[in-house]
Write a protein that binds this ligand. Structure first.
Ligand code: ADP
Ligand code: ZN
Length: 215
Protein backbone atom coordinates (compact mmCIF):
# COMPACT_ATOMS: atom_id res chain seq x y z
CA UNK A 1 0.00 0.00 0.00
CA UNK A 2 1.04 3.59 -0.66
CA UNK A 3 -0.35 5.78 2.07
CA UNK A 4 0.16 9.12 3.74
CA UNK A 5 -0.54 9.14 7.47
CA UNK A 6 -1.77 12.55 8.52
CA UNK A 7 -2.43 13.64 12.08
CA UNK A 8 -1.19 15.85 14.91
CA UNK A 9 1.96 14.95 16.83
CA UNK A 10 0.92 12.15 19.18
CA UNK A 11 -1.99 10.99 17.01
CA UNK A 12 -0.32 7.60 16.65
CA UNK A 13 1.01 7.81 13.08
CA UNK A 14 4.20 5.95 13.97
CA UNK A 15 2.39 3.17 15.80
CA UNK A 16 -0.09 2.67 12.97
CA UNK A 17 2.76 2.70 10.43
CA UNK A 18 4.56 -0.07 12.33
CA UNK A 19 1.38 -2.18 12.43
CA UNK A 20 0.88 -1.71 8.68
CA UNK A 21 4.53 -2.61 7.97
CA UNK A 22 4.10 -5.83 9.92
CA UNK A 23 0.92 -6.50 7.98
CA UNK A 24 2.15 -6.25 4.39
CA UNK A 25 5.82 -5.30 4.34
CA UNK A 26 5.29 -1.71 3.18
CA UNK A 27 8.16 0.41 4.45
CA UNK A 28 7.61 3.13 7.08
CA UNK A 29 9.22 6.42 6.10
CA UNK A 30 9.35 8.82 9.03
CA UNK A 31 10.99 12.16 8.25
CA UNK A 32 11.28 12.74 12.02
CA UNK A 33 13.29 9.50 12.47
CA UNK A 34 15.48 10.30 9.44
CA UNK A 35 16.19 13.78 10.82
CA UNK A 36 16.90 12.55 14.37
CA UNK A 37 19.30 9.97 12.88
CA UNK A 38 21.09 12.75 10.98
CA UNK A 39 21.33 14.91 14.13
CA UNK A 40 22.80 12.01 16.13
CA UNK A 41 25.27 11.18 13.35
CA UNK A 42 26.30 14.84 13.09
CA UNK A 43 25.84 15.02 9.31
CA UNK A 44 25.50 18.41 7.56
CA UNK A 45 21.76 17.75 7.25
CA UNK A 46 21.57 17.03 10.98
CA UNK A 47 23.50 20.19 11.87
CA UNK A 48 21.15 22.27 9.79
CA UNK A 49 18.00 20.63 11.14
CA UNK A 50 18.74 20.43 14.87
CA UNK A 51 17.88 23.99 15.93
CA UNK A 52 14.50 23.91 14.22
CA UNK A 53 13.67 20.55 15.72
CA UNK A 54 14.61 21.38 19.31
CA UNK A 55 12.40 24.47 19.21
CA UNK A 56 9.48 22.51 17.79
CA UNK A 57 9.66 24.39 14.48
CA UNK A 58 9.46 22.77 11.07
CA UNK A 59 12.65 22.11 9.14
CA UNK A 60 12.70 24.06 5.82
CA UNK A 61 10.77 22.45 2.96
CA UNK A 62 13.82 22.35 0.67
CA UNK A 63 15.77 20.11 3.10
CA UNK A 64 12.82 17.76 3.50
CA UNK A 65 12.17 17.50 -0.24
CA UNK A 66 15.83 16.63 -0.84
CA UNK A 67 15.55 13.76 1.64
CA UNK A 68 12.26 12.48 0.23
CA UNK A 69 13.22 12.66 -3.41
CA UNK A 70 16.07 10.25 -2.68
CA UNK A 71 14.20 8.08 -0.22
CA UNK A 72 11.21 7.38 -2.46
CA UNK A 73 13.49 6.06 -5.19
CA UNK A 74 15.08 3.42 -2.99
CA UNK A 75 14.25 -0.19 -3.82
CA UNK A 76 12.33 -1.00 -0.65
CA UNK A 77 9.63 1.53 -1.62
CA UNK A 78 8.50 -0.64 -4.54
CA UNK A 79 6.53 -2.88 -2.17
CA UNK A 80 4.70 0.13 -0.80
CA UNK A 81 5.33 2.89 1.74
CA UNK A 82 3.72 4.62 4.69
CA UNK A 83 4.62 8.27 4.92
CA UNK A 84 4.73 9.26 8.59
CA UNK A 85 5.30 12.97 9.27
CA UNK A 86 5.52 13.99 5.62
CA UNK A 87 4.16 16.06 3.91
CA UNK A 88 3.75 18.67 6.65
CA UNK A 89 3.05 21.85 4.65
CA UNK A 90 1.09 22.75 1.52
CA UNK A 91 4.32 23.39 -0.45
CA UNK A 92 5.58 19.91 0.54
CA UNK A 93 2.27 18.38 -0.58
CA UNK A 94 2.47 20.17 -3.92
CA UNK A 95 6.09 19.12 -4.44
CA UNK A 96 5.23 15.55 -3.48
CA UNK A 97 2.47 15.49 -6.04
CA UNK A 98 4.92 16.49 -8.77
CA UNK A 99 7.53 14.02 -7.54
CA UNK A 100 5.09 11.09 -7.47
CA UNK A 101 3.84 11.82 -10.95
CA UNK A 102 7.44 12.03 -12.18
CA UNK A 103 8.16 8.64 -10.59
CA UNK A 104 4.90 7.16 -11.89
CA UNK A 105 3.62 6.39 -8.39
CA UNK A 106 -0.05 6.58 -7.41
CA UNK A 107 -1.14 7.05 -3.77
CA UNK A 108 -3.85 4.72 -2.42
CA UNK A 109 -5.10 7.06 0.28
CA UNK A 110 -4.38 9.70 2.87
CA UNK A 111 -5.44 8.52 6.32
CA UNK A 112 -6.21 11.45 8.59
CA UNK A 113 -5.99 10.22 12.17
CA UNK A 114 -8.17 12.46 14.31
CA UNK A 115 -7.55 12.32 18.07
CA UNK A 116 -8.90 14.75 20.72
CA UNK A 117 -6.45 17.37 21.96
CA UNK A 118 -6.49 16.29 25.62
CA UNK A 119 -5.55 12.73 24.63
CA UNK A 120 -2.73 14.08 22.45
CA UNK A 121 -1.34 16.28 25.23
CA UNK A 122 -1.38 13.44 27.74
CA UNK A 123 0.38 11.10 25.30
CA UNK A 124 3.12 13.54 24.37
CA UNK A 125 4.10 14.51 27.89
CA UNK A 126 4.31 10.87 29.00
CA UNK A 127 6.19 9.65 25.92
CA UNK A 128 9.78 8.41 26.17
CA UNK A 129 12.03 7.29 23.29
CA UNK A 130 14.97 4.87 23.21
CA UNK A 131 18.16 6.93 22.78
CA UNK A 132 19.69 4.34 20.43
CA UNK A 133 19.23 5.73 16.90
CA UNK A 134 19.11 2.22 15.46
CA UNK A 135 16.20 1.39 17.76
CA UNK A 136 14.11 4.46 18.72
CA UNK A 137 11.54 2.26 20.44
CA UNK A 138 8.74 4.36 21.94
CA UNK A 139 7.53 3.98 25.54
CA UNK A 140 4.93 5.63 27.70
CA UNK A 141 5.59 6.08 31.41
CA UNK A 142 1.92 5.31 32.20
CA UNK A 143 0.81 2.68 29.70
CA UNK A 144 4.03 1.07 28.45
CA UNK A 145 6.93 1.84 30.80
CA UNK A 146 10.56 0.94 29.97
CA UNK A 147 12.40 -1.65 32.09
CA UNK A 148 13.97 -0.60 35.46
CA UNK A 149 12.62 2.93 35.10
CA UNK A 150 14.61 3.98 32.05
CA UNK A 151 16.03 1.03 30.08
CA UNK A 152 14.87 0.01 26.59
CA UNK A 153 13.38 -3.49 26.63
CA UNK A 154 14.64 -4.15 23.10
CA UNK A 155 18.24 -2.97 23.21
CA UNK A 156 19.02 -1.97 26.80
CA UNK A 157 19.91 1.66 25.96
CA UNK A 158 18.70 4.53 28.12
CA UNK A 159 15.18 5.75 27.36
CA UNK A 160 14.88 9.55 27.25
CA UNK A 161 12.42 12.41 26.86
CA UNK A 162 13.04 14.07 23.48
CA UNK A 163 14.18 17.73 23.57
CA UNK A 164 11.04 18.58 21.63
CA UNK A 165 8.82 16.86 24.20
CA UNK A 166 9.07 19.46 26.93
CA UNK A 167 5.75 21.26 27.62
CA UNK A 168 6.91 24.37 25.81
CA UNK A 169 8.09 22.61 22.65
CA UNK A 170 4.94 20.48 22.64
CA UNK A 171 2.60 23.47 22.57
CA UNK A 172 4.76 24.94 19.82
CA UNK A 173 4.50 21.72 17.79
CA UNK A 174 0.73 21.60 18.18
CA UNK A 175 0.40 25.26 17.14
CA UNK A 176 2.65 24.59 14.14
CA UNK A 177 0.51 21.59 13.25
CA UNK A 178 -2.70 23.62 13.31
CA UNK A 179 -1.22 26.42 11.26
CA UNK A 180 0.91 24.57 8.68
CA UNK A 181 -0.22 20.94 8.50
CA UNK A 182 -3.97 20.96 9.20
CA UNK A 183 -4.61 22.65 5.79
CA UNK A 184 -3.46 19.40 4.13
CA UNK A 185 -6.82 17.88 5.12
CA UNK A 186 -8.56 20.19 2.63
CA UNK A 187 -5.81 19.66 0.05
CA UNK A 188 -6.23 15.87 0.03
CA UNK A 189 -10.00 16.08 0.27
CA UNK A 190 -9.93 17.93 -3.06
CA UNK A 191 -7.59 15.29 -4.46
CA UNK A 192 -10.22 12.69 -3.51
CA UNK A 193 -7.72 10.76 -1.39
CA UNK A 194 -8.76 11.66 2.16
CA UNK A 195 -10.21 9.33 4.74
CA UNK A 196 -10.66 10.72 8.25
CA UNK A 197 -10.52 8.15 11.01
CA UNK A 198 -11.62 9.09 14.51
CA UNK A 199 -9.76 6.74 16.70
CA UNK A 200 -7.77 6.75 19.87
CA UNK A 201 -6.92 3.07 19.42
CA UNK A 202 -4.25 2.20 16.85
CA UNK A 203 -5.87 -1.20 16.30
CA UNK A 204 -9.13 0.48 15.27
CA UNK A 205 -7.29 2.86 12.95
CA UNK A 206 -5.48 -0.10 11.39
CA UNK A 207 -8.75 -1.98 10.82
CA UNK A 208 -10.37 1.08 9.20
CA UNK A 209 -7.42 1.61 6.85
CA UNK A 210 -7.50 -2.04 5.81
CA UNK A 211 -11.22 -1.98 5.18
CA UNK A 212 -11.00 1.28 3.19
CA UNK A 213 -8.38 -0.38 0.97
CA UNK A 214 -10.20 -3.72 0.77
CA UNK A 215 -7.18 -5.65 1.99
P1 ADP B 1 5.93 14.54 15.72
O1 ADP B 1 5.85 13.68 16.89
O2 ADP B 1 5.88 16.01 16.01
O3 ADP B 1 5.03 14.10 14.60
P2 ADP B 1 8.27 13.89 14.11
O4 ADP B 1 9.10 12.83 14.71
O5 ADP B 1 7.44 13.58 12.93
O6 ADP B 1 7.41 14.46 15.31
O7 ADP B 1 9.17 15.16 13.75
C1 ADP B 1 10.02 15.77 14.69
C2 ADP B 1 10.52 17.10 14.16
O8 ADP B 1 11.22 16.91 12.93
C3 ADP B 1 9.42 18.09 13.83
O9 ADP B 1 9.01 18.83 14.95
C4 ADP B 1 10.12 18.96 12.78
O10 ADP B 1 11.03 19.86 13.37
C5 ADP B 1 10.95 17.95 12.00
N1 ADP B 1 10.20 17.39 10.84
C6 ADP B 1 9.81 16.10 10.67
N2 ADP B 1 9.17 15.93 9.50
C7 ADP B 1 9.14 17.14 8.91
C8 ADP B 1 8.61 17.64 7.69
N3 ADP B 1 7.97 16.85 6.82
N4 ADP B 1 8.77 18.97 7.42
C9 ADP B 1 9.42 19.79 8.26
N5 ADP B 1 9.92 19.39 9.44
C10 ADP B 1 9.81 18.09 9.77
ZN1 ZN C 1 16.18 0.52 22.19
Amino acid sequence: MKIILLGAPGAGKGTVAKLLTAYDGSVQISTGDILRGAVKAGTPLGKEAQGYMDRGDLVPDSLIMGIMEQRLQEDDCKKGFLLDGFPRTIPQAEELKKLLSKLGIKLDMVANIDVPRDVILDRLTTRRTCSNVECQEIYNIKSNPPADGDKCKKCGSVVIQRADETEEAISKRLATYNEKTAPLVGFYEKEGLLKTIKGTSSEVVLAEIKSALNV
